[in-house]
Design a protein around this ligand. Structure first.
Ligand SMILES: Nc1nc2c(ncn2[C@@H]2O[C@H](COP(=O)(O)OP(=O)(O)OP(=O)(O)O)[C@@H](O)[C@H]2O)c(=O)[nH]1
Ligand SMILES: [Mg+2]
Length: 309
């Protein structure tokens, strides 16, 4: 076998690889779309704004390409230090990828938030192609989708515009094709079958946070953070993983809400999270979940650092 044959095994002729990121205002459907593209839940989702708090990589494996999707936090007007940090993550991410997808929901008018982001992206677009992605088409009438595509043409010059639905799968593969077409030729970046490079403990903490977000309102979703303190197989058992995690809130009044009457709410959150964690780890899980007050952590650099921001 010649050297060139050998090389072509590592990186077959025409094989592409690289990074695409989703940006958009909170709740635009970026994480749900990331999961739909990857075909597995790598990012948590919720109807609360600012669910995503770091750049999450999801990997799409195809015969012709390896596409790494980077899901980012929703870009927003920051009111806390955490908010500023999240926005920084978005800008750092879009500066590094091969192609950007700007997500705007089909069922909401193009607003100042979308225009603000588009305006910033216009500066990046000279270097990096930006694809306009109209999300959640299943929630809009076809006329509304068409109107949204037209409205988006006014906010910036896109390399492409595509309507998709992560829920019914409409054009999800088309979007993958559009991304892949803009990746450079190159070999696989991740081993076959790897869907994300998120550490297991992070995925677990996120699943707990997702369960905790369900049913809370107003400021509380923003105040919740979760950290896994300890995680490992129970001694002498290969079918049971022990997980000790802290659920942080910012004020003691919030602690009561998360706990619920006689701790009922927290129990439900734990049970729901455990179901998802067991599916993720493929084993039984004992989850020990404790609430802690970390006063105003969203505004405190020291506490933010401790929580990984
Ligand atoms: N019907 C429908 N709902 C969707 C679709 N995509 C997302 N959603 C819903 O929209 C809400 C927000 O979705 P996310 O994927 O968490 O949004 P996001 O843009 O990642 O939000 P942040 O992380 O806060 O920036 C959730 O309730 C999703 O279930 C879709 O294609 N169709
Ligand atoms: Mg998200």
């Amino acid at each position: 076998m010649s050297i060139s044959d050998n090389e072509s095994m590592i990186s077959p002729e025409g094989h592409r690889s690289g990074f695409a990121c989703f940006v958009g205002r909170p709740n635009a459907g970026k994480s749900t779309l990331t999961n739909a593209l990857v075909g597995s839940k790598v990012a948590i989702t919720s109807d609360k704004p600012q669910t995503t708090r770091h750049a999450i990589r999801g990997i799409v494996h195809r015969d012709d390409a390896q596409l790494v999707i980077v899901d980012t936090p929703g870009l927003h007007r920051p009111r806390t230090l955490l908010g500023q940090r999240l926005n920084d993550v978005v800008r750092e991410t879009w500066a590094e990828v091969d192609v950007i997808g700007l997500c705007v929901p089909a069922n909401e008018k193009v607003g100042p938030g979308d225009k603000f982001i588009a305006n910033e992206l216009s500066k990046v677009a000279k270097r990096t192609p930006v694809i306009g992605v109209v999300t959640k088409t299943d929630l809009a009438k076809p006329e509304q989708v068409a109107e949204q595509l037209v409205a988006l043409q006014d906010v910036m010059e896109f390399a492409e515009l595509v309507p998709v639905s992560a829920v019914d799968g409409f054009q999800v593969n088309t979007l993958a094709d559009l991304f892949v077409a803009r990746l450079p030729e190159g070999p696989q970046l991740y081993p076959g079958g790897e869907l994300t490079d998120e550490p297991e403990a992070t995925l677990v903490a996120e699943l707990i946070r997702e369960a905790a977000l369900d049913g809370v309102r107003d400021e509380l979703p923003h105040s919740i953070a979760v950290a896994v303190e300890e995680m490992g197989p129970r001694e002498g058992r290969d079918d049971l993983v022990d997980i000790y995690a802290f659920l942080y809130v910012e004020r003691s009044s919030q602690k009561g809400i998360v706990l619920g009457h006689h701790g009922e709410r927290l129990k439900k959150v734990g049970a729901e999270a455990r179901r998802h964690i067991e599916a993720l780890l493929g084993s039984k899980v004992y989850l020990n979940l404790h609430i802690k007050v970390a006063k105003d952590w969203q505004r405190d650099p020291k506490q933010l650092r401790r929580l990984g921001f």
